[in-house]
Design a protein around this ligand. Structure first.
Ligand code: DUC
Ligand code: ZN
Ligand code: ZN
Ligand code: ZN
Length: 447
């Protein structure tokens, strides 16, 4: 019957080991991984000879259907996940945004958005203000909803940003709950000044976005968050490390033994800011995200940091807006909705820039696209491994195939693609088949 599957003859890759083996799956769970597994003819067999059999990608950082900057991100939990599956990612972790400051209402709203899901997902939660209610609700989220990571915004003054005083309260609460504190690290007050300055100077185009919030402001906030986490003695996860400045702060802290995790995102690893200076507004605006994509050089330095273990896992910050939405900022870059695509491109582009280029091994690739995320967010080895008992979130990666990225054929709903025209020689497949056939609702993973 259709609930039994054998993947034969591939190179099975886990984060620390690879071997040629067969993988036998029943009801969406891996039952056996052995050099040779004999099965009856009621089992569907896939030949993976010459290919890699890996745990599906886990994207630790997405924003599906996010209400942000007076609009809503166009990929929802169906289209964003369909894009993810098409690109070899089988799970993602999204950020619940509180509704008018209420964590409970925010959680309910995201549970509703996530009803459209076609793959497994998890939630972090953003904390955007602080009072006794928020503090109590955090406890509720941890104890009853399974949320174990909270993100604090040090930027977006006037909306999401919280002060150092409240950041400290939040870190202390995370510590007492055993939850992981995460930060969006940019100095929001300085960004606000930078933006005003650019507008005063008459720089209203997308390049003003980069000029108004330079890497030094990311470095400053990263250093501050790291020191405050040290002061409170709680681990810290820095989301979207986009610059050498921020990366070096993470490196220094880790070297001293502090528990700091640094997450680069695909756009920071694979792009530079040159498009932001393109004279055509639509072309430039699609690259606007925060923190900004940096000058050439930061990308290569972040890749190197990933290859040496200074940074640990790759996210995307997938948060997509159509050209019509980006055009809200045609006269003022401050109104361009922030965000770029990546959930569909992450696995292939990371393979291309990190494995094809010789910077990391195939086992490292599995670690930083899947296993490390599963470990950090407490879902390993159910996720992030090809082991007996693990979920059959399996991809077959063909290193001798090809990809050619274009908005014309991608699965996301967004009408542009920041990787437009990028080509490489890898493909992933059967994820969607395995997922569609075997993925069942697993409530422990959902939240
Ligand atoms: N940055 C973005 O570019 N989009 C979503 C939120 C964020 O911090
Ligand atoms: Zn952010
Ligand atoms: Zn984000
Ligand atoms: Zn699944």
């Amino acid at each position: 019957s259709s609930n039994k599957l054998l993947i034969k003859g591939g190179t099975v890759v886990n984060a620390h080991h690879q071997q040629i083996a067969d993988v036998y799956v029943e009801d969406g769970i891996i039952v056996a991984v052995n050099p040779t597994i004999a099965v009856g003819d009621d089992v569907y067999v896939i030949d993976a000879t010459g290919k890699f059999v890996m745990p599906g990608g886990i994207d630790p950082h997405t924003h599906l259907e996010m209400e942000f900057m007076n609009t809503v991100a166009v990929d929802d939990f169906f289209s964003g996940q369909a894009a993810a599956l098409a690109g070899g990612t089988t799970m993602h972790i999204d950020f619940v945004i509180p509704t008018n400051g209420s964590l409970t209402a925010g959680f309910e709203a995201y549970e509703k958005k996530a009803k459209k899901s076609c793959m497994d997902y998890g939630f972090h939660m953003a904390i955007t203000k602080w009072d006794e209610t928020v503090s109590r609700e955090m406890e509720l989220m941890v104890k009853e909803k399974g949320i174990n990571s909270f993100k604090f915004f040090m930027a977006y003054k006037g909306s999401l940003m919280i002060s150092d005083e409240l950041l400290l309260e939040g870190f202390k609460k995370c510590k007492s709950l055993g939850a992981l504190a995460m930060v969006h690290a940019e100095n929001g007050d300085a960004v606000y000044e930078g933006q005003k300055k650019m507008i005063e100077l008459g720089i209203t185009g997308p390049e003003g976005h980069a000029l108004s919030r330079p890497a030094v402001l990311e470095g400053e906030a990263t250093a501050r968050a790291i020191r405050l986490a040290d002061f409170v003695n709680t681990p810290l996860y820095v989301v979207h490390v986009m610059s050498i400045d921020a990366m070096e702060e993470v490196a220094k802290a880790r070297k001293s033994g502090q528990r700091v995790i640094g997450e680069p995102v695909l756009s920071g690893l694979a792009l530079d800011d040159s498009w932001l200076w393109h004279p055509d507004f639509d072309t430039a605006a699609k690259y606007v995200m925060s923190p900004p994509i940096r000058k050439q050089g930061h990308d290569k330095a972040l890749q190197a940091a990933l290859s040496t273990g200074v940074l640990q896992l790759v996210g995307t910050d997938h948060c997509v807006f159509n050209s019509t939405q980006k055009a809200f900022g045609i006269d003022d870059f401050r109104k361009i909705p922030n965000g770029v695509n990546g959930i569909e491109e992450r696995m292939r582009v990371v393979w291309d820039i990190m494995v094809e280029s010789g910077q990391i091994s195939v086992t490292d690739y599995v670690r930083l696209t899947s296993t490390e995320c599963a470990r950090i967010f407490n879902i390993y080895p159910k996720k992030g491994a090809i082991l007996p008992g693990s979920d059959a979130d399996i991809i077959i990666l063909n290193p001798n195939s090809s990809f050619d990225i274009t908005a014309k054929s991608h699965h996301s709903r967004v009408d542009t693609n920041v990787y437009e025209g990028r080509k490489g020689k890898v493909s992933t497949f059967i994820v969607s088949l395995v997922q569609m056939v075997y993925c069942t609702a697993r409530t422990s993973i959902k939240s």
